[in-house]
Design a protein around this ligand. Structure first.
Ligand code: ZN
Ligand code: ZN
Length: 181
């Protein structure tokens, strides 16, 4: 009996085990990111909407507030600096956006970058972007900004790496420009 097929089978098994381990890590870290509670019925019982509109607490401290968006610290920071920018208007996720949202996303991104600078963080060295459904922890659009990446554990590194589950803001804006209205 040749050993070859068995070796190949073993390799395949290891490969599958690695892949499922990776998937599990992504899901676990997403669960810890953002918040535990997810809403299924949109704006009605969306606690991010409550945060943005100063409704029932305990709300996080709003570090930045404009007429369009707010910025606050992530409840489960992946690194020393981990902030979220969310629009005041309820939008489920990056998937529901179109070309008309380019301006909003640009202003959220530049607002976040200015805020990072005020914290003496170089925005070019931070991880800034969106999770893509179904890999979202809260069903209200939120832009992550994380620094330094070296603080992040393996699970978060995977969760926030440029991939089909996480889009950095440059790629996100490029994609929005191409979407229909
Ligand atoms: Zn909302
Ligand atoms: Zn996220």
């Amino acid at each position: 009996m040749s050993l070859l097929p068995e070796t190949m089978l073993k390799r395949k098994k290891i490969y599958v085990a690695c892949l499922s381990g990776l998937g599990l890590l992504v899901l676990l870290s997403l669960y810890k990111t953002g918040s535990v509670k997810t809403t299924s019925s949109g704006a009605q019982d969306c606690f991010f909407c409550d945060f943005a509109h100063h409704k029932q607490g305990p709300p996080p401290i709003l570090e930045v507030e404009t007429n369009e968006f707010v910025i606050f610290k992530d409840k489960y920071p992946a690194a020393k600096y981990h902030y979220l920018a969310i629009p005041k208007e309820h939008l489920d996720s990056f998937s529901v956006l179109n070309k008309s949202h380019v301006g909003l996303v640009r202003r959220m991104e530049s607002g976040m970058k200015e805020f990072l600078k005020s914290k003496k963080v170089d925005p070019e060295k931070a991880i800034i972007g969106f999770h893509i459904p179904p890999f979202i922890s809260v069903k209200h659009l939120h832009l992550h900004a994380i620094y330094p990446p070296s603080d992040m554990g393996l699970g978060n590194k995977i969760s926030f790496m440029s991939s089909y589950w996480f889009k950095n803001s440059n790629d996100a804006l490029r994609e929005l420009e191409k979407r229909e209205l």
